[in-house]
Structure formats: structure tokens, C-alpha cells
Design a protein around this ligand. Structure first.
Ligand SMILES: NC(=O)c1ccc[n+]([C@@H]2O[C@H](COP(=O)([O-])OP(=O)(O)OC[C@H]3O[C@@H](n4cnc5c(N)ncnc54)[C@H](O)[C@@H]3O)[C@@H](O)[C@H]2O)c1
Length: 276
């Protein structure tokens, strides 16, 4: 399927191997889009180095994607930095001539701790990356899409934690709930420009981030990771955890013409685990 032929996409937080972002980029490329893979590039002072995509890892992801065919470049982008956001939009336009699709995928979900122990700066970091970052990227991508006059697509990668609470992930769940509010408000404001804004809400996928959550939660329950995952599968009507490709397929659909009348939605991709 080449539903996105000629479209230009910017995907944030996509520079880690086996991440949802990588799978989203692979799918958009397969459907004919030109893709700007972006990620923070280097660990910021208050973030653990092994949990953040480096420029070297992003380049390896881009090299891999290129082998699959299609036009793809790497771009360093800390979504908390408005000047870098503006510059990433400019890079997409300079390299590929336009910006038609934004996927707000950058996110931090590895800062897990009980609410009553959570330091304020960690709350702030999660909200800044997951929610403010999506706002800043949406703002500048939408400005460009409006100027182009051809409509556009914004897809926010939220989570089932955007619909229900999540133990020891209060900041994460608050940021993802907020992302749904951002999605609906932006859909109202941008509809007149034929820009659709939707969120995708995946359940657990064993990415780098997902694996860290598994380790934390299984330890907390005195289980092995395998026991914890087996229990999780038992709670999912379709009987398995999510795959990065499940989310990538939903994103491609929302970016395609087939979804031209869908906006302001927060679509669960959770095997039936979340139904609200
Ligand atoms: N894995 C899951 O189970 C799951 C479930 C639901 C939603 N999600 C969401 O999917 C998205 C991708 O997560 P993932 O599981 O692939 O994890 P991941 O850790 O592989 O991806 C997150 C990416 O965000 C990047 N990032 C962090 N801070 C950034 C910043 N300031 N600027 C730009 N990029 C930054 C990281 O470098 C990393 O590449 C996240 O928004 C996450 O909340 C994941």
C-alpha cells in the first residue's frame, strides 16, 4: 500500500532501536512517505544516559530504515526546546519541500515511583517531554501546514495511561491524559485547515521503555518478568501484549486519506484491554 506517497513526515523520539518511533517510521516509509527521524540526540543533564536515544543510535536506525528503501534523514530534536522544534520543521521543508505529517512520539515513561516520593523536578521533566513537547511540535508543524494550504495530519502517541490511572506513573498518566485534551482542542482549532489531530493509545509493548516498566512492576510484585507478562496477557481480551507494528499500522491509517473524516479521536490499540 502506498497511501502516503509524496507526503513528508516528522516523527519525534524515533531514534531508538525497537521503539515505537522506529516502527512508525518504517511503516510510513513503506506507505510512500518521506521521513525525518528525530530524537534528543544526547542525554540531558537530568535524564539517565542509557534510557535516551543518542545521535549514534539514531543514525543506526536511519541506516537500517534506508536499507528498506525510501527517503529518510536524521535530525536532532529535544522536543522541550522551541528553537530546535522550529529548526526541525525547517529541516523537513529544506530537505523534502514540505511537512504534511507530525507524529508526537517522544516520551518518558521510565521514571516510576510512588506519588508521595516523587520529586518535583521529575514530575516536571515528564510533563515537559510528553505534553509540552507535543504542544510545541504541534504548534510549529501546524503553522507550516496552514501556510502550505493542503491540510495535514498530527498523531499523538498517548497510551492506555491516557484513559486510566497507572500505579507509580502519576506524572506519565497525567501527561498522557493531557495529551488527549491537547488532541481534542487542536482538532477543534485546526479542522478549518483540514488538519486532523488524533491520538493513538497503545497498551504494553516491550520496547526499551516497556522493558524497564516490566522490570519495575515484576520486582514490585515478587514475580519474574515472564510471570508478570503471562498475567498481563491473561487480562487482554486478544490474548497478547502489543507490538510496535500494531501502533504503526494505526498511525499510518490516521495519516492516510481513508481517515480524512476522523479527528479529535483517542484510538485504543490495546487488544481490548482499554475500552473507554
Ligand atoms: N512501550 C509501551 O509499552 C508504550 C505504551 C504506550 C505508549 N507508549 C508511548 O510510546 C512512545 C514511544 O515509547 P517507546 O516505548 O518506543 O520507548 P522509547 O524509550 O524507545 O522511546 C521514547 C523516545 O523518546 C525519546 N525522548 C526522550 N526525551 C526526549 C526529548 N526531550 N526530546 C526528544 N525525544 C526524547 C527517547 O530518546 C526515546 O527515543 C512514548 O511516548 C511512550 O509513552 C509506549
Amino acid at each position: 500500500m502506498q497511501r502516503l506517497r509524496g507526503k513528508v513526515a516528522l516523527v519525534t523520539g524515533a531514534g531508538r532501536r525497537k521503539g515505537l518511533g522506529e516502527a512508525i517510521c518504517r511503516r510510513l516509509l513503506a506507505e510512500g512517505a518521506k521521513v525525518v527521524v528525530s530524537d534528543i540526540g544526547a542525554p540531558a543533564a537530568n535524564l539517565a544516559a542509557d534510557r535516551i536515544g543518542t545521535n549514534a543510535e539514531m543514525q543506526a536506525v536511519v541506516d537500517d530504515l534506508r536499507r528498506g528503501g525510501g527517503e529518510v534523514i536524521a535530525c536532532t530534536l529535544d522536543v522541550r526546546d522551541e528553537a530546535q522544534v522550529e529548526s526541525a520543521v525547517a529541516t523537513a521543508v529544506a530537505e523534502f519541500g514540505a511537512l504534511d505529517i507530525l507524529v508526537n512520539n517522544a516520551g518518558i515513561g521510565f521514571l516510576m515511583e510512588p506519588l508521595i516520593e516523587m520529586p518535583k523536578d521529575r514530575w516536571q521533566t515528564v510533563l515537559e517531554v510528553n505534553l509540552m513537547g507535543a504542544f510545541l511540535c504541534s504548534k510549529h508543524a501546524a503553522r507550516r501546514m496552514i501556510a502550505q494550504g493542503n491540510g495535514g495530519r498530527i498523531v499523538n502517541i498517548a497510551s492506555v495511561a491516557a484513559k486510566s490511572g497507572s500505579m507509580h506513573l502519576a506524572a506519565y498518566a497525567a501527561s498522557k491524559h493531557g495529551m488527549v485534551g491537547l488532541t481534542r482542542s487542536a482538532a477543534l482549532e485546526l479542522g478549518a485547515h483540514r488538519i486532523t489531530v488524533n491520538a493513538v493509545c497503545p497498551n504494553h509493548v516491550t520496547t526499551g521503555l516497556g522493558a524497564l516498566q516490566n522490570e519495575y512492576r515484576s520486582k514490585q510484585r515478587g514475580q519474574t518478568v515472564d510471570e508478570y507478562l503471562a498475567e498481563m496477557r491473561g487480562r487482554i481480551p486478544l490474548g497478547r501484549v502489543g507490538l510496535a507494528e500494531d501502533t504503526a499500522k494505526a498511525v499510518a491509517f490516521l495519516c492516510s486519506d481513508e481517515a480524512q473524516y476522523v479527528t479529535g479521536e483517542a484510538m485504543n490499540v490495546s487488544g481490548g484491554q482499554e475500552m473507554h
